[in-house]
Design a protein around this ligand. Sequence first.
Ligand code: AKB
Length: 304
Amino acid sequence: MEKILITGALGQLGQEFINYFSNKGVFVLATDVKDPPKDLPCLFEFADVLNKNRVDLLVKKHKINTIYHLVAILSANGEKNPYNSWKINMESFQNIIEISINNKIQKVFWPSSIAVFGTESNLDLVSQNPSMNPETIYGVSKLAGEKLASYYFGKFGLDIRSLRYPGIISTKTLPGGGTTDYVIEMLNSAKNKSDYTCFLNKKTRLPMMYIDDAVNAAIMLMSAERKNLSISTSYNVTGFSVTPAELENKIKSRGFNIKVKYEPDFRQEIANSWPKEVDDSISHKDWGWSCDFGFERTLNKVLN
Ligand code: AKB
């Protein structure tokens, strides 16, 4: 029986994983460094993953056998304090790796990101293994994390599985400090009847994914037989690609009277180094991935 630890559990993905597993009756221990909502449907412990001993004790106490390690400082916030971002993104992952090996954890899920690519990749359509030169500290740490995952699988047999997530669109749980966050901000402004100032220019095309697909992709990858996985770093996945102008027009065509201004800031440079489209054919082949939510279906979910 799976006994799951989720770190960074109160973030955008974590809360969705908690709901998913709790609905299925799976034991979940959620940890984070902030207070949980009163109605959290699982056990919660306050724990900073930089405190290795504390997490190790929790893993032993609750006989954890699977870890979803979701702690991360995202791309835009990362640029504000690169030293701290590296520490939080990488030291926490190193701790989870060590704890996992010492406690014979069966599987670890760790999200990577489209931030691992860079302007040396063919950004019009990034393949699984192009040349990569990430241009944010977030991307640098995600690429380093992918290499660690592959190293510890090869040398220690630790089964770490990973996805390169695009921007994730959810409305119940919000992201924080990312470059793709504009989508959710614009959608929420439309619903709240307020104007929106977009921090990217209107033609910036980026890959996105609806939250249900993001959760489903992780579950599918975690359930796949390891022998079918040809990638030990991180798999490309995507839902659809969109520009701010296309999103604005679609929102308006659905009857929302939103006024959008475009005032690109430092996040534009980050977006310029990210892919427009992602080729996820190896995920289709290795573990049967395909997304359920395109642009229209995502909007049906979010705007209705
Ligand atoms: C971000 O914008 O930083 C994240 C990501 C694509 O990894 N949403």
